[in-house]
Design a binder for this molecule. Structure first.
Ligand code: F3S
Length: 395
């Protein structure tokens, strides 16, 4: 790889141990993927923050880097394993909390903003069209590439942190025009209305074409919340880092090519059936990816004057919750007994064994609730989920 003088100095250790280790990771990645050079990045999003996933080895690594490492660009964090302030209310143990706080301290020492959200674009990490970034968190990567038109590979936690500590990423994959062209043409026949409709579409497309880049036609409109959910779903069930939707996403597609696939109402029904177990929810979880202010407004409306009968979490970025506090949404939600879980979510928090059946409006949440926490799942609209939270029944 061709490195600039500054990049060579980082590799030689002239900018300290953390920059050296980071440049070693980036050069190794660049060589594996055939990158010719490094490019500067505008921002970084780091996943792999929960102590649940990092363990002591991960914590030791972060503490070592934090001795002399400082981020060079705007860098935000994915959710941690708990609400960093109110972790007791979520039933987190003292031991886990102590370790999790050490993890976040190590990141903060390096200058990483402890935003602890998978929707960094709601809290100020908002790249513009064409900008190069290095993000991890598959849903956010897909949103950045597809909805915003920024450019990032699907980084892992260590490579994202390495990009933050050097301000660089190897120039390959999604950073190059030639790799952003569609590889399949998807015709969507049914009319999509709700957030779970978009989650089911992500499931259906992902299952049919895997990680190919789709060019999707037939979707007449989509709001931010629907796109957020679609990104999470298609990245989970297919693995793509980028999609194009005709008339909705911003990147110009030269000539759509690849296999032609039709999605009909039977495909969406099959997706819904695959994400609905025969169970009665004892846990309701909304906010995957983290809830927008508009979603909190709707949840507050639905919960106003009611009481939840089962444990109910709404995962949200702390700055978004603070706005919801001012708007009165948080009060209506918390008065009903539901919990606003900041900094975390039901997947990265240590919840295994606490619940049996989770209701959600998120296709991604279904996948991880089953895989990570062994829960059964129910997918439905936010109205269905809140009804289940209040009644303790699923309908
Ligand atoms: Fe975010 Fe957790 Fe879902 S990190 S995308 S709320 S699984």
């Amino acid at each position: 790889m061709k490195l600039t003088k500054e990049e060579q100095d980082m590799l030689a250790g002239k900018h300290g141990n953390a920059a050296k280790k980071s440049m070693e990771i980036l050069v190794a990645l660049g060589e594996i993927y055939g990158a010719e050079n490094m490019i500067p990045v505008f921002s970084v999003q780091i996943a792999g923050v929960s102590y649940h996933n990092l363990g002591d080895a991960g914590l030791d690594y972060l503490e070592e880097l934090s001795r002399d490492g400082k981020v060079r660009v705007l860098t935000t964090l994915n959710p941690a394993g708990m609400d960093l302030e109110d972790w007791r209310k979520l039933g987190i143990s003292e031991d886990f909390a102590a370790k999790q706080l050490k993890v976040v301290d190590a990141f903060s020492k390096m200058g990483v903003i402890p935003s602890c959200t998978c929707t960094p674009y709601f809290v100020g990490n908002l790249p513009r069209f064409g900008e190069h970034i290095a993000w991890s968190e598959s849903s956010a990567v897909c949103f950045a590439n597809s909805v915003l038109g920024a450019r990032t590979n699907r980084e892992g936690g260590p490579s994202a942190l390495a990009a933050a500590l050097t301000g660089r990423t190897p120039n390959y994959g999604m950073h190059l025009d030639k790799n952003r062209q569609p590889q399949a043409i998807i015709k969507v026949k049914p009319k999509l209305k709700t957030v779970p409709d978009f989650g089911e579409l992500g499931y259906a497309i992902g299952k049919k074409i895997g990680n190919k880049i789709p060019f999707i036609t037939g979707v007449k409109s989509a709001n931010t919340e629907q796109l957020k959910s679609f990104c999470a779903s298609i990245a989970t069930y297919g693995g793509t880092a980028l999609f194009h939707i005709k008339g909705i996403t911003p990147e110009r597609v030269k000539k759509p090519a690849g296999e032609a696939v039709e999605i009909n109402s039977g495909d969406l029904e099959a997706a819904r059936a695959a994400m609905n177990d025969d169970c009665v929810p004892d846990f309701v979880s909304l906010g995957c990816p983290h809830a927008s202010l508009n979603e909190l407004r709707r949840i507050a409306e639905l919960l106003k004057g009611k009481k939840v009968a089962v444990e109910t979490w709404i995962a949200v970025a702390r700055p978004v919750k603070e706005l919801a506090d001012k708007a009165g949404y948080s009060g209506a939600i918390e008065d009903a007994g539901a919990k606003l879980a900041c900094d975390t979510c039901m997947v990265v928090a240590p919840l295994k064994g606490r619940f049996k059946c989770m209701a959600t409006d998120s296709a991604k949440a279904c996948f991880y609730a089953r895989g990570t926490n062994n829960f059964k799942v129910r997918i439905g609209t936010v109205e269905q989920c809140i009804k289940a939270a209040v009644s303790g029944k699923w309908s």
